[in-house]
Design a protein around this ligand. Structure first.
Ligand code: GRF
Length: 202
């Protein structure tokens, strides 16, 4: 299966997926990586891994793609034959037309145990709230922000001496384990969405 990855930042989750593919654990082809940030490290990682990587200008808005840009993103992914879109730190909201182009075929990873601490810097929100446990969630995308059906979650204990940085680092260790696994379940046809629930078939 061909997958496409979208990201705005350092791309450590892309790297985890690349590593899973190269070690043979994840039988997919990463056909295209797109970023809305021209000098994002995720593009460099992709190119180093021999993967086609493109910057596509997101347009005039800060938190979403403008309609013309959205068209370009969808076209590029469709032309590359992408069947699953994997969001890996993509910092823009994906709107209806995009979702309709890839129905139940867009995944995201979020650094908290959803549905708590949606939105930005979820690890900081967890620390400030004082929870003992947080973690990460892989979910399908729907029209809300971090609200789609949950595929997998991993728990990370919060330490009393944690800073936002140390907590985020430990959450990322779990992300790098979880995301390739979730992508693998999808591409093996093992995920079935039933309403809000995602069933994992054996
Ligand atoms: C991750 O923490 C992920 O949960 C969030 O954005 C961050 C991306 O990190 N959606 P990276 O660019 O994959 O290192």
């Amino acid at each position: 299966m061909n997958i496409g990855i979208l990201g705005s930042g350092k791309g450590s989750n892309l790297q985890a997926i690349i590593d899973a593919v190269s070690s043979g654990r994840l039988p997919v082809k990463i056909s295209l990586v797109i970023s809305d940030v021209e000098n994002a490290f995720i593009l460099e990682r992709a190119r180093k891994g021999g993967i086609r990587a493109e910057y596509i200008n997101p347009g005039r808005f800060k938190t979403r793609l403008d309609p013309e840009a959205e068209r370009k993103y969808i076209d590029a992914l469709q032309r590359a034959g992408v069947e699953l879109v994997v969001l890996a730190g993509f910092m823009r909201i994906i709107k209806d037309d995009f979702l309709r182009a890839f129905p139940n075929r867009i995944m995201n990873i979020h650094p908290s145990l959803l549905p708590v601490f949606r939105g930005l810097e979820a690890w900081r929100q967890a620390l400030e709230y004082g929870v003992r446990f947080t973690g990460c969630t892989v979910h399908f995308l729907d029209t809300g922000t971090d609200t789609g059906p949950i595929i997998m979650q991993a728990v990370v204990p919060v330490r009393e001496d944690d800073t936002p940085e140390t907590l985020h680092q430990r959450i990322q260790v779990e992300e790098h384990r979880l995301y390739p696994e979730a992508v693998g379940l999808f591409t093996a046809g093992k995920l079935e969405i039933r309403g809000r629930r995602v069933l994992i078939k054996s």
